[in-house]
Design a protein around this ligand. Structure first.
Ligand code: NAD
Length: 332
């Protein structure tokens, strides 16, 4: 097992950092971790071969894939709705990362290639009602995905398929639905709803200013998958025979207001809510249909939102307090 040479692309990010930790826990030692960010900005730094490189560049991908037997592509220029609705071109440029990694993986004779796709590939017409019918894999077509980010994901999924069909590269594609947990982005503009809600509630509690702004009317519905379920899903899908893109998400549906209720309950506060109807809010409703993953694997993500959010809240609280202490003027 330790013989496998594994490349994790995007290892300085949220899911990539957790994946490296998971691979180490499972006994793999030959791990190459690559990210474009300087090492001191990686969310987790593990004792593996850590490399700073821009994987939009084909030569960098060839170097990264050299000798690799498995590749996990989690590298992407992305963020929550606030980022992807305002940075469509940047999101689409990530197509270079997956395309060049696929070419390099083929040239290196990689055994298996994993691509992290997204629920943002799904046709927008299927997501207009908050009272949503969960999305099945075939609902991605006819194509009308999230502009920018979703188109890049859909195109990259197809690149994986055609590299499998034309070049015999074994590719696996999971469509992640909103992943959350500790060691993720929690402020700065790229954070997603669960982390943003935790930060806002913590800030209100710590400052005594007991109010918060919610993007949209709060009635939008979503499902959120805790990072441990995501890691288990990646592991199972990578080892499986599933050739077509498959949902990897929780089907515990919640409104954004319901998510805030959970965070308030964890924090032991109740805030006055205001709704910003002009802020980016994404589709009205989205949930994961898990029929296919159940059929293939007899498994689906099952960690309850309340449990995952309690761990996420505790971690963000620690980060918030550490930062506040750093920024506090030194006592005289
Ligand atoms: P993240 O932003 O925390 O991690 C992505 C990492 O990729 C970052 O550290 C970034 O620096 C790196 N990166 C960007 N451009 C790069 C480049 N040119 N070369 C090398 N590294 C580069 O995001 P994440 O939440 O860990 O997401 C990982 C993958 O999962 C992404 O493909 C994302 O689209 C997908 N995904 C995530 C979610 C979610 O809810 N987190 C949902 C759906 C899909």
């Amino acid at each position: 097992m330790a013989e496998k040479q594994i490349l994790v692309a995007g290892a300085g990010g949220f899911i990539g950092g957790h994946l490296v930790a998971d691979l180490l826990r499972r006994g793999f030692t030959n791990i190459r971790a690559v990210d474009i960010k300087p090492l001191d900005e990686w969310y987790q730094v593990h004792d593996v071969n850590n490399i700073v490189a821009d994987l939009r560049d084909l030569a960098a991908c060839h170097t990264a894939c050299d000798g690799a037997t498995e590749v996990y592509n989690l590298a992407c220029d992305m963020g929550g709705m606030g980022f992807i609705e305002n940075n469509r071109a940047l999101c689409m440029i990530s197509v270079l990362i997956n395309t060049h990694l696929l070419i390099a993986a083929r040239d290196a004779g990689v055994d298996r290639y994993f691509y992290a796709s997204s629920a943002c590939v799904y046709n927008a017409d299927k997501q207009v009602n908050a009272d949503v019918v969960a999305l099945k894999e075939e609902d991605a077509y006819p194509a009308m995905p999230e502009d920018g980010y979703g188109w890049e994901k859909l195109f990259s999924e197809r690149m994986c398929r055609h590299f499998r069909e034309d070049f015999g590269l074994t590719t696996r594609v999971a469509r992640f639905h909103n992943v959350y947990g500790p060691h993720g982005t929690w402020d700065g503009g790229r954070e997603k709803a669960p982390a943003a809600m935790c930060r806002k509630v913590i800030h209100a509690k710590e400052t005594g200013d007991l109010q918060m702004e919610i993007w949209g009317d709060g009635k939008q519905t979503r499902s959120f998958m805790y990072i441990d379920d995501c890691l288990e899903g990646i592991r199972k899908i990578m080892a499986s025979d599933i050739e077509e893109p498959i949902n990897l998400g929780s089907n515990e549906l919640v409104t954004i207001n319901g998510l805030v209720d959970i965070v308030e309950d964890i924090a032991g506060v109740e805030l006055q809510r205001s709704y910003n109807l002009d802020a980016p809010k994404g589709v009205n409703g989205r949930n994961s249909d898990n029929t296919k993953i159940q059929e293939y694997l007899g498994w689906e993500p099952g960690i309850r939102l309340r449990d995952g959010m309690a761990k996420t809240y505790a971690w963000i609280h620690g980060e918030y307090l550490a930062r506040a202490e750093q920024e506090a003027p030194a006592a005289v």
